[in-house]
Write a protein that binds this ligand. Structure first.
Ligand code: C2E
Ligand code: CA
Ligand code: CA
Ligand code: CA
Length: 279
């Protein structure tokens, strides 16, 4: 048994080392990738109901790797977070998204809100509000057109520091939204302490809307909660007409999901919001 245990231990460490070096490699290639313009933003439309106008876009990062093709953020964001590289990467996302929205507005396209995901570590950056303000100024974009998405778990996790950061961001005039709402096992008490503009109902509740009465009840409750507290409510991950119909009947403000559009390139998004252009 003892020999066996040692073997297992050796396997375990070998595996850990392999994973650690894989991570180190990935981290190094992420730094290179940023330098070599391999990161791209895709934009997923956010659509108001019932009029189905595109009112916003969520910027979602993609890694166009020269050998491995398009790499999904769920693969590299966690590693970027572990290595703190996310701070640099997140700043790049913020600046690029805000610049793109500024260009669309300057070109006379209908104004949309650009939503950017914020990582926990970014919220711990003492100068985040300055970075945001500078990005907006450089892009010539009014703060009201930027929405920062923060996950519920992040708001719950940390006390003072995060609360302070959120207050300072709010004072700039940017909008704040709670991402993945309903998955954070939260006490909801933070909703009282803090003025968020939008709730994003997590797609896990939307997925089974037509088959699970519990999910219907949860979504209705979230919409009621959000509205009562003066927030707008968006549902993520809308894939079917049934889901859309339910959400519209439930009085949701806006939706995002493959049914309306997948995340698309800047060029494709621009074509989508260009008046009179059919695509
Ligand atoms: P998220 O912020 O919850 O983003 C929504 C994810 O759901 C996106 O995946 C989007 O493509 C996907 N999605 C949208 N509509 C549908 C649908 O109808 N059905 C299904 N099944 N999925 C849908 P994506 O782009 O792969 O991003 C995954 C996660 O990676 C994001 O989840 C976010 O947590 C993270 N992420 C992406 N871009 C960034 C970024 O710039 N910064 C940070 N910190 N995280 C990012
Ligand atoms: Ca998000
Ligand atoms: Ca989400
Ligand atoms: Ca998510």
């Amino acid at each position: 048994a003892k020999a066996n245990g040692r073997n297992n231990f050796q396997f375990f460490t070998a595996d850990l080392n392999a994973r650690a070096s894989e991570r180190l490699q990935l981290e190094a290639s992420m730094r290179m990738a940023l330098h070599n313009d391999q990161f791209k933003l895709h934009y997923q439309p956010q659509v108001s109901l019932p009029d189905q106008q595109i009112v916003g876009a969520e910027a979602l990062i993609r890694w166009q790797h020269p050998e491995h093709g398009l790499i999904s953020p769920s693969r590299f964001i966690p590693i970027a977070e572990d290595s703190r590289m996310i701070v640099t990467l997140g700043t790049w996302v913020l600046q690029s998204a805000v610049r793109q929205a500024g260009r669309w507005q300057a070109a006379g396209l209908p104004p949309i809100t650009i939503a950017v995901n914020l990582s926990p570590l970014q919220l711990h950056q003492p100068n985040l509000p300055e970075i945001v303000a500078e990005a907006l100024a450089d892009a010539g974009l009014d703060a009201q057109y930027l929405e920062l998405e923060v996950t519920e778990s992040v708001i719950m996790q940390e006390g003072e520091q995060v609360t302070m950061a959120l207050h300072r961001l709010k004072k700039l005039g940017v909008r704040l939204s709670i991402d993945d709402f309903g998955t954070g096992y939260s006490s909801l008490s933070y909703l009282k302490r803090f003025a968020f503009d939008k709730l994003k109902v997590d797609q896990s509740f939307v997925r089974d809307l037509s088959t699970d009465p519990n999910d219907e009840a949860i979504v209705l409750a979230i919409i009621g909660l959000g509205k009562t507290l003066g927030m707008t409510v968006l549902a993520e991950g809308v894939e079917t007409h049934e889901q859309l119909a339910f959400l519209e009947r439930a009085g949701i403000d806006s939706v995002q999901g493959y049914l309306l559009s997948r995340p698309i390139t800047a060029e494709a998004f621009e074509a989508l919001i260009t008046p009179g252009a059919y695509v």
